[in-house]
Each structure stands twice: as structure tokens, then as C-alpha cells.
Ligand binder design. Structure first.
Ligand code: ZN
Length: 283
């Protein structure tokens, strides 16, 4: 398996704490290809990809997750969608020129919205205001609120001209004996704090864990590949056209065509007047 795009879940055998480590690079390059995002926006998207992968891996069921930031800053909307198969896609919508590169300078006043859609069962939404000009602090606050489980998150990125990388580490208390697990968590947090950005980005996931926790009994679960998969299709574009209604379709027939461009992967779906007429017959 390509070690540069994988997620590894683990458990401390003698502690009431679990964890995950993720690295993405080729899949991140694939997601960013064809987009002209400013550097700080690429960086934030990369952090969100790593964060979404970690968040998705905490789910105990099959489904999808959408992690969105919305604000009044230059980045009006930025979101990554992921699923239990560790497939993701992401997009950013800008409303003015990006000036600074801090979280607050990008998003402004805003909030984090996490939508979890199980394959079977009820949809869940969590919303929280942005915390401390930091994506990690905001996500930690989300975990505290939604699961009431102390969670620590580390996210690092390297956005190069040719290649990009993102990596993340998550530690989370298990919902068992609260007092013991919190003490265990505090110990492990001190160790995790010593991991540098370079180590998390450059070492393979197992190596990062060994570097930090070689004195602990760590059980590793099978690694999962992390992939950029958009999920858009011509069929979905057709369904979107049908939902426009006959009047709108007639306007496009008069124009002679309708082009739908996927904002996630830039694929262009072209429909000429004859194809639009066929779609209209679906009413
Ligand atoms: Zn697409």
C-alpha cells in the first residue's frame, strides 16, 4: 500500500485511549490539480482533508461526513467530504482577495459545521463557533461538544509548488473509566506533543507512532488507503438538470447547450439542445 496516502488506527492496550494517524500526498495533489487556489487556501484545504480523514475514522458505522467552515472572510466556504472508505473530495469558495494566511484572516467570523450522514440512520449535525484562530482548537472543541470525549488533534501541512502533503494525529479518550482514561490521556498527550511537524510529515505512520510511543503497548489495525474520489457523474448532472424544471431547461435549449462543471474536480459535463430535449421528456 502507498504509505503516503493512508490512515492507521491504533489502540493503547494498557491505557484507555485510542488514536489515528493519517498521511496524504498523492491524493491531495489530485484534489488540488486544476484549481487555482491561493497558497493559504490550499493549506487550509489540506488541513481539512487530514482532519476529515481522522474524523471519519472515529465513526462506528458506515456513512459520509462533511466538514465545512463558513465565514465572512475571504474564504466564504471551504469543505471536505469524506466517507468510511476514506474517499474524500474538497472545495473552497472565495469572495474576496486573500490577504493573510492565518485562520482568522481566511475565514473571518464564522463557524464549523459537521454533518454526519450514516448509510442507515439519522443524519447528525454539529455546529460550533471558531475557536482561538485555530482549526485544531475548533475541531477539539467539536469533539468535546459532540462526543464529550477529550480529544487531541495535531495537523501539519507542506504545500510545495509541485507537491503537497498533509498529516494528522488524533488521540481520544475511550468512553470507559473516566478518571483512569483522563490520566492516561494526559500522559500520552505529553509524549505526542514532542512530535515535530517534520517528523509527522516525513515519517511513515508506523514510524511516527514508534518514535512517540515505543514504551507503550500499541495495537495497530490494518491501514486504510486514503483516496481522492469526486463521486460526480453524468447521471447526477442529468438529475440536477431535471430538477431545474421545464422552464429553465427550455431556456438552455434556446441557448443551444448547458455546460455543468463540477466544482470539486473540474470535470465538464456538456449537454447540447438535443440531449436537453431528451431530458425534458423525463417529466
Ligand atoms: Zn467531480
Amino acid at each position: 500500500m502507498n504509505q503516503s496516502d493512508q490512515l492507521l488506527r491504533f489502540l493503547f492496550r494498557e491505557r484507555d485511549v485510542r488514536g489515528e494517524v493519517v498521511k496524504v500526498s498523492a491524493s491531495l495533489d489530485a484534489m488540488l490539480a486544476g484549481h487555482q487556489y491561493p497558497q493559504p487556501v490550499k493549506q487550509l484545504l489540506a488541513e481539512l482533508v487530514a482532519a476529515t480523514s481522522l474524523l471519519t475514522a472515529t465513526l462506528k458505522f458506515e456513512g459520509q461526513i462533511a466538514v465545512q467552515l463558513q465565514g465572512d472572510g475571504p474564504v466564504r466556504f471551504i469543505a471536505v467530504n469524506g466517507n468510511h472508505q476514506q474517499q474524500f473530495r474538497g472545495v473552497a469558495r472565495l469572495q474576496k482577495e486573500v490577504q493573510g494566511d492565518s485562520f482568522a484572516e481566511l475565514i473571518g467570523q464564522g463557524y464549523l459545521l459537521v454533518t454526519i450522514t450514516p448509510t442507515q440512520g439519522e443524519r447528525y449535525q454539529g455546529i460550533i463557533p471558531l475557536v482561538n484562530d485555530s482549526l485544531t482548537a475548533t475541531l477539539e472543541a467539536y469533539f468535546n461538544q459532540s462526543e464529550q470525549l477529550p480529544t487531541r488533534l495535531y495537523l501539519h501541512t507542506d504545500i510545495g509548488a509541485e507537491h503537497c502533503q498533509a498529516a494528522g494525529l488524533l488521540l481520544q479518550v475511550l468512553p470507559v473509566d473516566a478518571e483512569k482514561s483522563r490520566a492516561d490521556f494526559a500522559d500520552l498527550e505529553i509524549l505526542a506533543d514532542t512530535l515535530t511537524r517534520e517528523e509527522l510529515l516525513q515519517l511513515a505512520p508506523e514510524e511516527s507512532l514508534y518514535r512517540l510511543f515505543h514504551q507503550e503497548v500499541v495495537e495497530l489495525f490494518p491501514a486504510q488507503s486514503v483516496q481522492f474520489v469526486c463521486g460526480c457523474s453524468r447521471e447526477k448532472s442529468e438529475a440536477a438538470i431535471v430538477s431545474l424544471g421545464t422552464e429553465a431547461i427550455d431556456e438552455h435549449i434556446a441557448e443551444g447547450k448547458l455546460d455543468i462543471s463540477c466544482e470539486y474536480c473540474n470535470t465538464l459535463y456538456h449537454f447540447d439542445a438535443a440531449q436537453l430535449r431528451l431530458l425534458k421528456q423525463n417529466f
